[in-house]
Design a protein around this ligand. Structure first.
Ligand code: FAD
Length: 537
């Protein structure tokens, strides 16, 4: 259970304060707390609300990085993919990918085959099947809607998908808090405190209570993703800009695929994906330089048009008038001396600011959702050395809190078989609970058995139930409709942006959090504003 208590945080002497509750910050909190360090993490908005919520949601080595000969990065991703498949099977699953090849494509069958052999070799210890070459007729059988003209064949291979990276981020924090970490959302770092030439903590603004708290810690990590450079420039007298920010967009359309498809854009030869995501299709991404506040990034009409027209080359029947939403994210990449946005490496970098005169401050740049565990392990190794503590990472073999002890399919079937009919719960609802929360669904069910009225669907005939809102408030630090609908459940990401759920969720939050009518109205307004960023331009 995560309890938000900044005042209590201010009374403690901590080893480590983490700025930013995205995938990197949350993974660092998990790793450090599992090692027994006294940790706090503060997030200015909600957990996973930054770049983490805007990714392609793949857990992969990155076929694309073979083209830049970044074999180390690919191997790292493939090893981490395997670890996530076993420690978070309720969140990360395997996904079949098909790569069609057309006459005149920049990557022909021979080059693709070489890439596939390398991808298999770099994942020699994997549990997923190896790649297989496909003739045009085999490919047609797998994906009947694919454009047949000039189709030369293709490949079938397997990678990983995390449908809700926001929940992976949250489960990092749940586990950290189970090991005594102090966690708070809606808490912004405003300044660092120094003494004897070393960082000693930070002043944090609790934006829920409008008060400032000083948090005392021996080391501070800036894991603020695309906000890192901007934050360092405000916190430090002299700071060095180290990042290159690039924007990537995705669109969500009706589901039309059985496999994820690797696509090559004709216009610029870029590789992008069309991916089955729940019952929909997620298409993306783009890669262009970005300037400004990452929180305001949104998709532009020409970017949406690019994805639609390039996808229609391979799937001519893609309906262009049924794009449910478009979302943009900003990559916090490590700045290279030259090169275009797409070729900038996805490698991470841990900066120890001691050589600039800021002892005890570290920044974690770059990385991917896929390799968050490794980034965290390396970061906490560095910090342990600084703190002169002998510790060892335990994350490689530690299951996430929601991980069932059996396969997710078995767990889901058992939950459906044993609970259908209990308090009128439908099989659909139980499936939704199991696939969203994994084993933590049991906690929601025990709330239902204690208060059967919580089994009521939020909207008649739909799967989500009221108990989820109560659980999210009590155990996952939900403070708003946006937190619940976008990041704890991903329910917003469907046709019509789940407008039908907005009012019942707002009412359930009002009842549980004791909001006044004004507070409930402000929450509804904020939710409408956040949907604006997802509207198709
Ligand atoms: P963030 O998630 O942005 O977290 C940083 C947090 O710091 C934010 O929540 C922010 O609110 C907080 N913060 C900022 N300032 C303060 C402050 N002063 N006080 C407190 N908190 C603060 N990776 C993959 O592995 N697979 C993919 O398929 C994939 N696809 C991608 C597609 C796109 C379009 C993009 C943009 C990225 C993709 N990535 C992918 C990369 C991955 O999403 C990012 O590397 C990762 O999410 C970055 O996480 P982070 O924790 O560094 O940043």
């Amino acid at each position: 259970m995560m309890k938000r208590n900044l005042r209590e945080m201010g009374r403690e002497q901590l080893d480590l304060l983490i700025i930013g509750g995205g995938i990197n910050g949350s993974a660092i909190a998990r790793d450090a707390a599992l090692r027994g360090l006294r940790v706090a993490l503060v997030e200015q908005h909600d957990f996973g609300a930054g770049t983490t919520a805007r990714s392609t949601r793949l857990i992969h080595g990155g076929l694309r990085y073979l083209e830049t000969f970044d074999f180390g990065l690919v191997r790292e991703g493939l090893r981490e993919r395997e670890i996530l498949l076993s420690t978070a099977p309720h969140l990360v699953h395997s996904l079949p990918f098909v790569t069609p090849v057309y006459a005149g494509d920049r990557v022909g069958m021979r080059k693709l085959k070489l890439g596939m052999v390398a991808y298999d070799a770099l994942s020699y210890d994997k549990s997923l099947p190896k790649h297989r070459s496909l003739r045009p007729d085999e490919l047609r059988q797998l994906e009947p809607r694919i454009n047949q003209n000039d189709l030369r064949g293709g490949m079938l291979y397997y990678d990983g998908q995390v449908e809700l990276p926001e929940r992976l981020c949250l489960e990092n924090l749940l586990q950290a808090s189970m090991h005594e970490a102090r966690i708070a959302n809606y808490a912004t770092v405003r300044e660092l405190i120094w003494s004897g030439g070393r960082v000693r903590g930070a002043v944090v603004e609790d934006t829920c209570r409008n008060e400032r708290i000083t948090i005392h810690a021996e080391a501070v990590v800036n894991a603020a993703g695309p906000w890192i450079d901007g934050l360092n420039s405000r916190l430090l007298q002299h700071s060095v800009a180290r990042m290159r920010l690039t924007k990537g967009i995705h669109i969500l359309t009706p589901g039309f695929l059985k496999h994820a498809i690797v696509l090559l854009a004709q216009r610029d030869g870029r590789l992008f994906f069309a991916i089955p995501w729940k019952e929909h299709t997620l298409i993306g991404t783009t890669d262009t330089d970005f300037q400004g506040d990452p929180a305001t990034a949104r998709a532009q009409a020409d970017e949406v048009e690019y994805l639609i027209s390039e996808t229609r080359r391979v799937f001519p029947q893609l309906p262009t008038d049924q794009v449910y939403l478009a979302m943009a994210g900003v990559r916090p990449l490590v700045r290279a001396r030259s090169g275009d946005a797409g070729s900038t490496s996805r490698r991470h970098q841990i900066v120890d600011h001691a050589h600039e005169g800021y002892t005890g401050l570290f920044s974690v740049l770059g990385g991917k959702i896929t390799n968050q565990r490794l980034v965290a392990q390396e970061t906490v190794d560095r910090i342990s050395r600084y703190l002169k503590r002998s510790t060892r990472s335990a994350t490689q073999h530690t299951p996430y809190p929601g991980a069932p002890s059996k396969s997710l399919a078995q767990f889901t079937d058992e939950l459906v078989n044993t609970h259908t009919g209990m308090c009128n719960l439908r099989a659909e609802t139980l499936r939704h609970l199991a696939t969203t929360y994994g084993r933590r669904a049991e906690r929601i069910l025990s709330m239902v058995s204690a208060a059967p009225e919580l089994a009521r669907p939020l909207v008649d005939g739909d799967s989500p139930i009221e108990a989820e809102v109560h659980y999210a408030i009590n155990e996952e630090m939900v403070r708003s409709s946006e937190d619940f609908l976008l990041r704890r459940t991903g329910l917003t990401l469907r046709p019509g942006l789940a407008q039908e759920l907005a009012a019942p969720v707002n009412r359930a939050l009002q009842r549980s959090l004791g909001w006044s009518a004004d507070e409930a109205e402000r929450d509804a307004e904020r939710y409408t504003e956040c949907l604006e960023l997802l509207r198709v331009p």
